[in-house]
Design a protein around this ligand. Structure first.
Ligand SMILES: C[S@@+](CC[C@H](N)C(=O)[O-])C[C@H]1O[C@@H](n2cnc3c(N)ncnc32)[C@H](O)[C@@H]1O
Length: 240
């Protein structure tokens, strides 16, 4: 049995070359940053940042004064992120375990994003409450997370339709991706990983204090793209 950290270290080294190349991944990254509705002088947290591609997409946006913190508990992922983000002076990367209380003060970030990581966390509800705590009032959370039945093969099939020549890479890439995907699916079957329905996401976010929850499809229809807002006063709802 490999530990959670070791699994993600291996995943980072072996799989990301192809995932980051896939057009649906690049589009999802752009969609996530679009949904963040960034503005100048904001603080953005990329939680479970992996190799840092979404932090990088955000840093390439035109917003001056945007400062980005990427956190992950896999040293291998952070190594890749440091390499990928070497020229981005507004990105800071730190080793943080999302299963522990987050080392940031209340109302510190304007925006939080988490892509393809929430499903793997044993207690998503506590993590979402931590995001709520560290967000400013009116701050925004953007999540991308696998739909029930999500298949990475569908992402690559969609990519090959757009870039047919990349089929030549598949004999090298697909066995590795299939292997890691099999581990993810078996963890899902054992209920260690949770591929949630739209209504499960809505319930989790409402219970954690978020409002204005919007959910659409992304990543070649394999992921939900979710945005939610922390209400102005922390509590916002119909008048009593
Ligand atoms: C599938 S990768 C996604 C990476 C990145 N967000 C992306 O979309 O490219 C999942 C990431 O979540 C990280 N992760 C999983 N559990 C974590 C935890 N408890 N604390 C911090 N990071 C975690 C893994 O190390 C990995 O980098």
């Amino acid at each position: 049995m490999i530990s959670r950290g070791v699994f993600w270290n291996l995943y980072g080294g072996a799989v990301y070359f192809m995932i980051a190349r896939a057009r649906p991944y690049q589009r999802m990254s752009a969609d996530v940053v679009d949904r963040l509705a960034l503005d100048g002088h904001m603080r953005l947290l990329d939680a479970g940042c992996g190799p840092g591609y979404h932090a990088l997409t955000a840093s390439r946006s035109k917003y001056e004064g945007l400062s980005i913190t990427g956190i992950d508990f896999s040293e291998r992922m952070l190594e890749l992120a440091r390499r990928n983000c070497v020229n981005a002076t507004n990105i800071e990367l730190c080793n943080v375990d999302l299963c522990e209380p987050l080392p940031f003060p209340d109302r510190y970030f304007d925006r939080v994003l988490i892509v393809n990581a929430l499903y793997s966390l044993p207690d998503a509800s506590t993590v979402l409450k931590e995001f709520h705590r560290i967000l400013i009032s009116d701050g925004r959370l953007v999540i991308a997370d696998p739909k029930p039945g999500a298949r990475v093969a569908a992402v690559f099939a969609s990519h090959i339709r757009e870039v047919p020549l990349d089929i030549l890479l598949m004999p090298f890439v697909l066995p590795l991706v299939a292997l890691f995907n099999a581990v993810i699916l078996s963890k899902r079957k054992k209920a260690e990983y949770h591929f949630r329905s739209e209504s499960e996401h809505r319930d989790l976010l409402s219970e954690s204090g978020f409002v204005d929850i919007s959910i659409v499809s992304t990543y070649a229809d394999q992921d939900w793209l979710i945005s939610a807002r922390k209400p102005e006063s922390g509590i916002e709802g119909p008048c009593p």
